[in-house]
Design a protein around this ligand. Sequence first.
Ligand code: HEM
Length: 124
Amino acid sequence: MSSAIFQVQSFLIVMLMIYGVYNRKIRFKHVKIMKTVIIWDLLLVAQIELTRSAVLKASKVVSNPAILNIHVSLAVSTVILYAFIFYTGNKLNKGDEKIRKWHKPLGFVTLTTRILTLITSNLI
Ligand code: HEM
């Protein structure tokens, strides 16, 4: 049951992220949507950890199936990328245009890893 709730949330987060990237030129809308996406996604990670001890299961790298290790790597990469996208996004929002050349590619990499996290979660 909880798995279905996690899957629905994960799908909605990805949809919201795509909507936020689509609105990347409308600054106030983009910033508000993306902050919501990041906070919601971190709350989802917390829910999964608290109900399933995901970190303990994920840490058994040697005995876990390859697809689970790939999924965990993508999920961890996404969370790390959130820190960078948040930092560069805040700077850009404060007028530091030099950071745009980092925020843009980081944004597309983060979007890609998050979509692949959703896809691989369905293959486990
Ligand atoms: C996963 C999260 C995010 C993704 C995928 C993302 C992606 C993008 C992309 C692709 C652009 C367009 C850059 C360009 O065309 O030059 C952009 C612009 C921007 N982003 Fe983000 N972003 C994310 C999160 C954030 C966050 C958290 C903030 C602020 C705290 C932020 C602030 C901005 C600002 C201020 C712009 C410039 C908008 C403008 O041109 O006026 N972004 N973002």
